[in-house]
Design a protein around this ligand. Structure first.
Ligand code: ADP
Ligand code: MG
Length: 464
């Protein structure tokens, strides 16, 4: 059986080709494209998925087909398992044999000893450190808050609540805090887990009538970190328990760090009292990466890749093109780079602009499904209860002028239109007016919470 890197990648590529034929491009992009094959061992193929939801979905809906398709390449395969990248929950897992694990595939953390699994943190991704985190304007506050907690978890800001859209680095920062604390303060008990894992442990405790030790465990930590808190929305008894754990720790001045996909007041389905607790401390958001940060991240990743793969040659123009064209989130950006590198090493070609465009055609097209100026105007007008014509009119009243600036700002940041094109889209305004609007909104985003939330909400609606 082929266990080498290119072996696994090759097998998976063939499966994806078959899957495209059978299920269509859409299904492959949406589901299977997010998964990779990390192990083949006897009759078992191991895939890794980024979330439990995806893992379950794939197992349920594509399981049989995948076994069949994998069987074309590897006749011994009879079963698949889809593991979650961050899968402390999935009790006994047969991990692929080490030799079969593709080093370039997403890391499958080594299995923890049974006792650790019960008592300790979810596994930390060793790649998610402060060293590998690139800081730019959109994330500097979140980074500073994370550093502060990592250097000095004295609960002077409690809780620290990090929020932002998917793939912007929340989990990365949380892991960085936890790893740093583990390395520098071995005596400090750090518990990092996702809200999903919190719930799972709580339910297990209920099932085994062991809530007492659950409570003891959680209340004995010095630093509690809960990732993706929005997951507990709507789950009443988990919320109840979370609330009590939270209060107990705050009372003891223990540091708490929480992440969520939006600000506390916008997470739906959580109790008021939890919402207000989450707002007690320091709430910081991570904004979507701007061009500079995207480029910085790409440079940093590319350097790391080239340091370990001297045969890979990446044209800097390619990085600029990616930073320019892919603006959804950092995870997608990384995925693009990974795919390029895999492709380059398979076909042994230098990564230049043409090759990149060809290899990433589908991604670039998807990124292209971009927001139009018209859509932006429509959304902004709706949001502020204005008429579309107000946005292109010459009126200068604040009630109209501000939303117009917001719309121009969104046009500049969400589309690849030039300043003069944007000016034309807003009643033939001069490009300097657009620059002024962009600067104005940028600075207001720092000082005006309401406006900053409006902009963020609009951006999400437009991009989603
Ligand atoms: P989130 O938890 O916000 O959805 P993650 O922390 O999982 O996002 O980040 C997604 C990917 O992007 C990770 O591989 C992470 O390392 C990378 N990433 C995000 N922001 C940065 C950054 N500023 N510097 C380097 N890598 C980053
Ligand atoms: Mg995350």
């Amino acid at each position: 059986m082929s266990g080498s890197v290119s072996g696994l990648e090759g097998v998976w590529r063939d499966v994806l080709i078959m899957a495209r034929r059978e299920f269509g491009d859409k299904a492959v992009e949406q589901w299977l494209g997010q998964v990779s094959l990390v192990g083949l061992s006897q009759d078992l193929a191991t895939l890794v998925a980024p979330t439990r939801f995806l893992a379950d979905w794939i197992e349920r809906n594509f399981g049989q087909a995948l076994v069949r398709m994998l069987g074309h390449a590897e006749p011994e395969v009879r079963r698949i398992q889809v593991v979650v990248q961050d899968r402390v929950l999935r009790a006994p897992i047969r991990l692929p044999e080490p030799a079969m694990v593709a080093p370039s595939a997403p890391a499958v953390p080594a299995p923890l000893p049974e006792t650790d699994r019960v008592l300790n943190s979810a596994p930390l991704d060793p790649r998610f450190t402060f060293d590998s985190f690139v800081v730019g304007k959109p994330n500097e506050l979140a980074h500073a808050a994370a550093r502060r907690v990592a250097d000095c978890p004295d609960a002077s800001f409690n809780p620290v609540f990090l929020h932002g859209g998917v793939g912007l680095g929340k989990t990365h920062l949380m892991h960085a805090i936890a790893s740093h604390l583990q390395a520098t303060r071995p005596g400090v008990k750090v518990l990092y887990l996702s809200a999903e894992q919190f719930m799972y442990r709580f339910i297990q405790a209920l099932r085994f009538r062991d809530t007492l030790s659950f409570k003891e465990e959680f209340r004995s930590v010095d630093v509690l970190m809960v990732d993706d808190v929005q997951f507990i929305a709507g789950k009443d008894s988990t919320q109840e328990e979370f609330f009590h754990t939270f209060n107990a720790l705050i009372d003891q001045k223990k540091q708490i760090v929480i992440s969520g996909d939006s600000s506390p007041d916008r997470i739906e389905g959580i109790e008021e009292r939890i919402r207000s607790r989450l707002q007690w401390g320091l709430v910081v958001d991570i904004h979507p990466a701007d061009y500079e940060l995207r480029l910085g991240i790409l440079h940093s990743k590319a350097e790391r890749i080239m340091a370990t793969h001297p045969e890979i040659v990446l044209d800097p123009k390619v990085l600029e093109m990616l930073a320019h064209r892919i603006n959804s989130n950092v995870r997608v950006l990384e995925g693009a780079l990974t795919r390029l590198v895999a492709f380059a090493s398979l076909v042994g070609r230098r990564i230049d602009l043409d090759m990149a465009m060809e290899c990433l055609a589908d991604l670039l097209r998807a990124a292209e499904r971009k927001v139009t100026i018209d859509e932006i105007k429509r959304r902004v007008a709706d949001h502020y209860n204005l008429r579309l014509s107000d946005l292109v009119s010459a009126r200068r009243a604040r009630a109209v002028a501000r939303p117009r600036q917001v719309a121009m700002y969104l046009a500049k940041t969400l589309t690849s239109k030039s300043l003069p094109e944007i000016g034309r889209g807003f009643g033939g305004r001069d490009h300097t007016t657009v620059i002024h609007a962009v600067k104005k909104i940028e600075s207001l985003r720092e000082s005006d919470g309401q406006l900053s939330e409006d902009v963020e909400l609009l951006r999400r609606m437009l991009e989603g």
